[in-house]
Write a protein that binds this ligand. Sequence first.
Ligand SMILES: Cc1cc2nc3c(=O)[nH]c(=O)nc-3n(C[C@H](O)[C@H](O)[C@H](O)COP(=O)(O)OP(=O)(O)OC[C@H]3O[C@@H](n4cnc5c(N)ncnc54)[C@H](O)[C@@H]3O)c2cc1C
Length: 530
Amino acid sequence: MTGFTGRAESDRPGGTVELVRGSAGGGRVAFDYIIVGGGTAGCVLASRLSEDRAVRVLLLEAGARSGPPAMADPAMWSTLKGTEVDWAYETVPQRRLGGVVLPWPRGKVLGGSSAINASLHTRGHRDSYDAWAAAGATGWDYASMLPFLKRAEHAVGVGDPRDRGVDGPTTVAPGEAEEPLWDAMFEAAVEAGHPVAEDLNSGSGEGVGWSEFTVVHGMRQSAADAYLTPALDRSNLDVITGAAVRRLVLHGDRCRGVEYTVDGEPRSVEAEREVVLAAGTIASPQLLLLSGIGPAALLREAGITVVADRPGVGENLHEHPQAGVAYRAPGPLHAAQFARRPQVRFRSDPAGPVDAQMIFMSFPAGARGMPGQGDGFTVVSALTTPASRGSLRLNPAKPEGSPLIDPNYLADERDVDRMVIGLQRAREVGEAKALSAWRDHELMPGTAAQDDAALRGAVRQNAGTLFHAVGTCRIGTDSGAVVDPQLRVHGVDGLRVADASVMPSIVSTNTCATVLAIAERAAALITGNC
Ligand SMILES: Cc1cc2nc3c(=O)[nH]c(=O)nc-3n(C[C@H](O)[C@H](O)[C@H](O)COP(=O)(O)OP(=O)(O)OC[C@H]3O[C@@H](n4cnc5c(N)ncnc54)[C@H](O)[C@@H]3O)c2cc1C
């Protein structure tokens, strides 16, 4: 087992339940803060809140403290799907994608999804955060978020220190080794008209630039590695793994603590100040719903007593749809993933915002982004500002089991319009001269797919997930918002949510760096330093 290197004070037989640090497992201990979910945001919160040695912090994580060896090797991330460190969720059949059910992996281990993800460290365009503030998330605009985006990172050899963090816990850097295939893809993007970007993570980055990774000496650096491990010697921080929170303990409209199980045995614990939900876009709204905080009519139907009628809980679920153009290579093709490797951010409408991202694969993608057979490469285009919105609901047959996850991909026809343009842009790059030594012929969608109708069909047939679900507990002040701009759940005292679920709209790139910054800002809000 590997990946998280924290000390265990008491290990239990079976290895999945561990009091990683502290004394909380035994008697009745009151904590100032209870953090639910030791994932990306939860590790940041546990570390930052326990910096004040006068407060006691408890972190509860349903998964184990570490995982299989592949977790430490960032290149092996896709092999972690379906293992013990994956919740292995699935969507409901997606009506606009021909009824397909898509797998939605999420990390179930200390570090959460940062322990199983593809290790890309990318920040959204400043427009992404400004859109949050414009929609009612006051104080979440780019200028306000920049100190927290910087606080999370230690950017090595990239960017301007006015934009980039230099002494944060998360080490981020572009790959060092040069790979001819990735260099050719960079050249192909330039040939196709994309300008060279100095720093795609500067807040206004656009064009082709080098990707940055949270990989240190070839090893994954999850949020647990970056934030939690260095904090484990603090006597005011307790961490329990194998602790599945089942619901919040509410006295009237005040949250007093949580109920959880360890090895099936029920336990409860109290928070003197606050409970912070950091269980992610799927589990945070699910726990609110199970605790009676959500749309009243749906709760009543499920036989759950309504504590706070919050119609927005579980609504606004969305994600980045992606589809690619895949090519057969004339011969064997291999390129190290964490070498110097490009990506492109671009506008589907030159007069509109940055709304698309191109990433490159050294295999030919099959349908829905799954690896296809044989040698080849793929130019993937993702729509980074989708208009489609879906929902998350309790499963009436098993409310505590996997919820009904409906991202409602491509429900809004404007998303298809922009994905068609994305495919055309991807093809321009794939067909560039710079890639001629690597390209034999187009496999997918195939050269016959040229007109608008054929490309729309290809998008609906091939679109898949980029694993970036957000939005189910969104920040705002309107009646559909779940948390206020201080991340406090509307209508409930002593309870906040701080994870990917609070994003009002998805950022225009991969989500992990933004989740780190959300949690950094949450900690500052909780401690009154913001
Ligand atoms: C396969 C994959 C690849 C990705 N690739 C990238 C990438 O390369 N770059 C990028 O920027 N983003 C990527 N992402 C997205 C990014 O990792 C997530 O947006 C981010 O990690 C989410 O953080 P979070 O804190 O909201 O949730 P998580 O990190 O998922 O944390 C939630 C935690 O809560 C725990 N939990 C859930 N329910 C309970 C409960 N009832 N009791 C106790 N604990 C509970 C979970 O086990 C988990 O540890 C990827 C995601 C996936 C799944």
